[in-house]
Design a protein around this ligand. Structure first.
Ligand SMILES: Nc1ncnc2c1ncn2[C@@H]1O[C@H](COP(=O)(O)OP(=O)(O)OP(=O)(O)O)[C@@H](O)[C@H]1O
Length: 331
């Protein structure tokens, strides 16, 4: 792997609340380390409430109380200079956002201002970064929209006049107009129907090829990961439990939770009934000791109930946090 653009080390981010004298800590991101190379599309998967959104909010430094970073670091390398995103000034962060690092949040309306025409949002976010006079700036925006197969007249629309798919495409255009090196996308296609979703995914792929950006792409939809991502990280209950090339994870998952996720995917011609996992995901305010998956794991033993398994490289580029991983399958 070339020099990483993003290095996350030992990251711990919890929601810490206190009500009526009772304090509560939701351990949504617990000791996560990963790195992402230039030009790589890294998928983040896992069931609802596993901590995917919290992890990428923390990576983007979009942190608001009650979320707190307790440990670890998030270092980006734009050009030659490493930047620890949690240890820079607000001003420095403002210079990085949109120009080097953009964040496509869940729901396009979070970014598009409902009472202003789309062109104003482009001015608000991108004008100062592109640094050209207004007419030239608008031309840059129009050219970018055109490259993404969007008619430039979307600039004159209010967000509510656009369809959901169109709004999402505009959001992606907004997030990429400054040609950022790193794009973080949280469920950008989840609310869309399958046909529109396909168009939006093709658009993301096209942008990635053109800009050569790195992308973290979050979705619980494994089919989307299979089609889009180069590598995949699987989260369970606030921890990264497996990571590897997407093709390897689909072919031969090593963590029992991932094995279950993959086995439960529908396959053409497969009529065998799918068996769900017993039990429910743990309460992250009071997670079980040891491996957080052990109460539901068919392979669990005593050590799993006592100790948290460390992430270990089981084959080149393939890591899992499990004392009893699934057997290796030759390619
Ligand atoms: N503001 C908050 N205060 C307290 N707990 C929170 C807050 N936001 C999220 N959580 C908790 O943090 C945990 C992780 O949530 P998160 O949204 O990161 O998961 P997710 O994997 O992104 O889920 P989804 O796929 O449903 O978006 C969950 O237990 C959730 O209830």
């Amino acid at each position: 792997m070339s020099e990483p653009v993003l290095t996350v080390s030992g990251l711990r981010a919890w929601y810490r609340t206190s009500a009526y004298g009772v304090s509560r800590e939701v351990r949504a991101v617990d000791d996560i380390s990963l790195s992402i190379a230039a030009g790589e599309i890294y998928g983040l998967a896992g069931e609802s409430s596993s901590g995917k959104t919290t992890l990428i909010k923390t990576i983007a430094n979009a942190i608001q109380p009650p979320l707190e970073v307790l440990a670890g670091s998030v270092v980006f390398r734009f050009g030659d200079r490493p930047v620890d995103i949690h240890r820079i000034s607000r001003e420095a962060l403002g210079k990085i956002r949109w120009k080097h690092l953009s964040y496509i949040m869940q729901g396009s309306m979070n970014v598009l201002n409902p009472v202003r025409r789309v062109r104003h949002t482009f001015f608000d976010f991108a004008f100062r970064h592109i640094g050209r006079p207004k007419p030239e700036f608008l031309q840059v925006v129009r050219d970018h929209l055109q490259r993404l197969h969007l008619a430039p007249d979307v600039l004159d629309a209010f967000p509510h006049q656009l369809s959901g798919g169109m709004r999402q495409r505009v959001t992606i255009a907004l997030a990429t107009v400054c040609r950022p090196e790193f794009i973080i996308a949280d469920e950008p296609t989840t609310a869309l129907d399958v046909v529109v979703q396909k168009g939006v995914l093709a658009m993301i792929h096209e942008i990635q090829r053109e800009l050569g950006s790195s992308i973290i792409f979050v979705t619980h939809d494994m089919a989307v990961h299979a089609n889009l991502t180069d590598r995949l990280g699987i989260m369970y209950a606030g921890r990264l439990v497996e990571e590897g090339r997407t093709a390897d994870i689909f072919r031969a998952p090593r963590h029992p939770y991932t094995a279950h996720l993959i086995a439960s995917l529908p396959r053409l011609g497969d009529t065998a009934p799918k068996k769900g996992l017993d039990g429910a995901p743990p309460n992250l305010a009071d997670p079980p000791p040891g491996c957080r998956f052990h109460p539901r794991c068919p392979r669990a033993s005593d050590i799993c109930r006592r100790e948290a398994p460390p992430m270990a490289e089981l084959s080149p580029g393939h890591r899992a946090a499990c004392f009893h991983p699934e057997p290796e399958r030759p390619a």
